[in-house]
Design a protein around this ligand. Structure first.
Ligand SMILES: [Fe+2]
Length: 475
């Protein structure tokens, strides 16, 4: 008997309900016209649990992290588009398919898994997809990248850079490609276990060969989700979560607890091994995804979204919290840190976008340099929902101009939710920000997903909607 998937967990419900399919379609319906300059593949990754995540405590402690990675590829050429979707065939996914049910509990917590799979790697490759050294890589923060065939989408293997980064260790989902050198700058934390405060930064050259490795100790355990790079530094931003297996075993406890008594930390890692790794701190908050980053005078300037408190509603806060809970804000801000400063306290950042927003993307040809434009998801100011639920309510696309300090917002329609945008330049030498913004949206009223394309010459105009005749899962 096949059991219906229940929707006991909000992030796998509604528009985010699992898709659970490999699919392929040619000559997709297109409303409008796909610009002929666009030729290539738009890849996206989604959280798409194949089975109900109910192995450990009936799913009561399931989080949105515990979902299988599924990759979509939209191939665009001559004004036409095709679609292919495949699961990443991780060790975990294959084991559960063989069993016909969930066997893994809470990520990185082997005791919560079925005894038969505790020695397997628990990596879902569900967070990001990039290309490096000619390899298409599906990334999850808590495991090494999986390599996919860029055409068939078949899973090739799990060791894309043999001997360069640990095959069974955590690796960030958000490494950065230095556009000048082609190097991949990435890191992994908790290589010695989820309760360990170790962290290592690696740089792989354009051929995937390791040229830099720098381990250091963090102040606390917990998430470092994203980083920023300049010519000479890597900035790692640590959210104030603590990890504890004992907490997970308590009633309502999770492996990760947001600690309101902690600051957020920024680790500045110089590429020059003779210079020390520095640890800076700012007030309790949750820095999430980075945008532009460059060096200016003595300082490192970096932009990031930052929430004033926990925006993972499924993870509880520490009991250190006192008084009435304050409303959560999520803004796009600009920090400035002098890596040689005596004080380790970071000054308040400049608020760039004073509106709930997330998933900033820049013209990535300008990473490590001062850049002007940031594209990002944001809330429609006229239909605000609780910013603490920012990941469930983003419904507009924004373009922030850091010269004029203006934000232009485009709404793709009532009831529509937007996923992470991706910028493609009009041609290789096009000026910064001149090109196309490509975004998958959840057209909830029409029960379908679309990829929308904006020409940045007229940000308000959707020049093409590539229509899926069904709804795929959300990220
Ligand atoms: Fe992310």
């Amino acid at each position: 008997m096949v059991r219906a998937l229940s929707t006991n967990y909000e992030d796998f419900a509604g528009a985010s309900r699992p898709f659970r399919a490999h699919a392929e379609l040619d000559d997709l319906e297109v409303e409008g016209e796909i610009p002929l300059e666009l030729c290539g593949t738009f890849y996206r990754v989604s959280h798409d649990p194949y089975y109900e995540r109910d192995y450990y405590e009936g799913g009561a402690k399931t989080t949105s992290f515990d979902a299988d990675g599924s990759i979509s590829a939209f191939r665009i050429e001559d004004g036409k588009a095709s679609f292919k979707q495949r699961y990443v065939l991780t060790e975990r996914f294959l084991a559960e398919r063989k069993a016909g049910r969930a066997m893994f509990g809470v990520m990185t917590s082997p005791f919560s898994h079925h005894p038969c799979v505790r020695s397997m790697e628990d990596n879902v490759a569900n967070t990001n997809i990039i290309v490096h050294a000619g390899k298409l890589l599906a990334l999850g923060e808590l495991g090494a990248p999986y390599e996919l065939d860029p055409n068939t989408m078949a899973t090739v293997g799990h060791n894309p850079f043999p001997g360069q980064i640990p095959v069974n260790g955590p690796y960030t989902a958000h490494p950065k490609v230095d556009p000048d050198t082609g190097e991949l700058v990435g890191f992994g934390y908790g290589l010695k276990g989820a309760e360990s405060n170790d962290c290592t930064v690696w740089i792989l050259d354009r051929n995937g060969k390791k040229t830099f490795e720098r381990p250091f100790e963090r102040v606390i355990t917990g998430f470092i989700h994203d980083c920023a790079i300049t010519r000479n530094y890597i900035v790692l931003q640590q959210m104030p979560f603590r990890t504890s297996f004992e907490q997970l075993k308590t009633k309502d406890g999770h492996l990760w607890t947001y600690d309101e008594g902690l600051p957020t930390y920024f680790y500045i890692v110089p590429r020059d091994m003779d210079k020390p790794v520095r640890t800076f701190h700012w007030k309790n908050s949750m820095p999430i995804h980075t945008g532009a980053c460059w060096e200016e005078g003595r300082n490192i300037i970096f932009d990031t979204t930052v929430a004033s408190s926990n925006t993972f509603p499924f993870l509880r806060k520490s009991s250190a919290s006192t008084g009435e809970p304050k409303p959560v804000t999520v803004n796009y801000v600009r920090f400035s840190i002098d890596p040689n400063a005596v004080s380790e306290e970071v000054a308040d950042p400049e608020i760039l976008v004073d509106l709930p927003c997330e998933f900033p993307r820049i013209d990535e040809r300008f990473l490590t340099k001062r850049s002007r434009y940031t594209f990002l998801d944001c809330f429609n100011p006229e239909s605000m929902v609780d910013p603490a639920l920012v990941f469930r309510g983003l419904n507009c696309l924004g373009r922030f101009d850091s010269e004029t300090r203006k934000l232009e917002i485009m709404s793709p329609g009532p009831g529509v939710l937007v996923q992470e945008p991706c910028f493609s330049p009009r041609y290789p030498e096009a000026p910064e920000g001149d090109g196309f913004l490509i975004t998958m949206i959840d057209n909830v009223p029409k029960l379908r997903n679309e990829v929308i394309i904006q020409d940045t010459k007229d940000f308000q105009n959707i020049v093409a909607r590539i229509v899926l005749p069904f709804r795929a899962s959300s990220p």
